[in-house]
Design a protein around this ligand. Structure first.
Ligand code: SF4
Length: 184
């Protein structure tokens, strides 16, 4: 006799241009994580040692704004391989702290700090290509890829994350008012 088992949900969490505080808040759920991981496989995350974003992910929580060309590439790969993408925290939702540099001339600032100033790289190091190129403007995630849900907060507190993950596991959406979507 065969028994049918509920398929386990494939969850990923991603860290783009953020401070890791949203992931710390995720970990702050403490023993509730045991309940979550009774139903869920964590298939990609800075919390586990998996190097490549996998295919067929059910839900991906994305922390951080899109700050550089690596983030742009990663965001597109996440979208291609995730059924549901959630902007996780204010940096992903609005740009938040990283977007404060949008008022500055980033290329000039980088040049003055790393090529002309006291932060000049030692000879033989700091060649172009060592670090990803900064975008001219920091962007919230939904300006780069379609996003299915929004989980605001800096960081979102653990109760909010717990409530949101419960909704996502039931197949519900978590939304942000339209007015906030135009921010950033
Ligand atoms: Fe850090 Fe706040 Fe941004 Fe989360 S939303 S990555 S806690 S600055």
């Amino acid at each position: 006799m065969t028994t049918s088992r509920t398929p386990r949900i494939r969850l990923a969490t991603v860290w783009l241009g953020g401070c890791a505080g949203c992931h710390m808040s995720f970990l702050d759920m403490g023993e509730r994580l045991i309940e979550i991981f009774a139903q869920v496989d964590l298939v990609y995350s800075p919390l586990v040692d998996i190097k490549t974003f996998p295919p067929e992910v059910d839900v991906t929580l994305v922390e951080g704004a899109v700050v550089n060309t690596d983030h742009l590439r990663d965001a597109r790969k996440i979208r291609e391989n995730s059924r549901t993408v959630v902007s996780f925290g204010d940096c992903a939702v609005t740009g938040n702290v990283p977007a404060m540099r949008n008022r500055l001339d980033a290329p000039r600032l980088v040049s003055e700090v790393y090529s002309q100033g006291p932060g000049e790289a030692p000879p033989g190091q700091g060649d172009p290509g060592d670090v990803p190129t900064l975008l001219l403007r920091v962007l919230p995630l939904h300006r780069v890829i379609p996003v299915d849900g929004y989980l605001p907060g800096c960081p979102p507190d653990r109760e909010r994350i717990w409530t949101a993950i419960g909704a996502l596991l039931r197949g519900e959406t978590i939304a942000l008012p339209e007015a906030m979507r135009t921010f950033g």
